[in-house]
Ligand binder design. Structure first.
Ligand code: ASP
Length: 267
């Protein structure tokens, strides 16, 4: 931890979590609650820090724009565009295929029925804040079973974040281009691994991906200063990422709903 060795830290945390679960009992619960409280505290702290982000990002971006001129603006627009395109493709192709073939549902009907939740996610940039409306859309409009919705969506809002993973991956490549760094295949694999684990660990709150991005940049040896530039447009990239995150949760709920229906019909 002191040396900023992220991968060993993630692996250690996974095993620590598994051991706490395996241990169970009063002591296990105590430790699990302790770590949950630590996580809650860091979210609160992040929330306070995020309130100061506009001032911080302005102060960080100002000298960069003075030095590099408006030349930096175009790459930033391409960063937003790439995240948006990645999310759109993943939503239409991956989720579309999952819905059509496993969920036996028209993707068009699906997107129309959860459009309200997608809009709320886009504007609040928080999966957690969108959870109630996503559950309502899934239950009332898509007619998914309440027990599936109330299990899958809260779990998904915490750990299923494809948009965030896309955001982290694209931003890391953006930072590498900015500093003229070429990645080896091994490093790419590390980005995929830490990006995916980071997205699972990210909280469903605005700006959570930026904190995870620091971990990924560090794991491939990129300077953390890149965050200052990326954070400047975080609000925009986060809009697309969050929208995809909650759409993914609803997609999985629709697929499981269909699975359960089929299991019950079959003798
Ligand atoms: N804002 C995202 C969410 O709530 C998390 C992130 O990518 O920062 O799903």
């Amino acid at each position: 931890m002191a040396n900023g060795e992220i991968l060993p830290l993630i692996v250690f945390s996974l095993f620590l979590g598994m051991s706490i679960l395996k241990m169970g009992g009063e002591k296990g619960k105590l430790l699990a609650n302790f770590f949950a409280a630590c996580a809650e505290t860091s979210y609160t702290l992040i929330g306070i820090i995020m309130k100061f982000t506009p001032i911080g990002v302005f102060a960080l971006l100002f000298p960069i724009i003075v030095q590099s001129g408006v030349d930096i603006v175009l790459p930033l627009i391409s960063l937003i565009g790439s995240v948006a395109l990645g999310c759109l493709l993943h939503g239409l192709v991956t989720y579309g295929a999952l819905l059509k073939f496993l969920g036996k549902m028209s993707p068009l009907r699906f997107f129309r029925n959860i459009f309200e939740a997608m809009t709320v996610a886009f504007t609040t940039v928080s999966s957690a804040a969108t959870l109630p409306i996503n559950m309502k859309n899934c239950q009332d409009n898509l007619k998914l079973r309440p027990e599936i919705v109330s299990f899958v969506l809260p779990l998904g809002a915490n750990i299923n974040m494809d948009g965030t993973a896309i955001y982290i991956g694209v931003s890391t490549i953006f930072a590498a281009n900015l500093y003229g760094v070429d990645f080896s295949w091994g490093q790419m694999l590390i980005i995929v691994l830490t990006g995916t684990l980071g997205s699972i660990g990210a909280a469903g709150v605005p700006g959570a991906a930026v904190i995870m991005l620091a971990t990924v940049l560090q794991s491939v040896g990129l300077p953390l200063e890149a965050i200052a530039i990326i954070a400047g447009v975080d609000r925009f990239t986060d809009m697309f990422a969050t929208c995809l995150n909650i759409t993914g949760d609803a997609t999985v709920a629709a697929v499981i709903n269909e699975n359960e229906n089929r299991r019950e019909i079959m003798p």
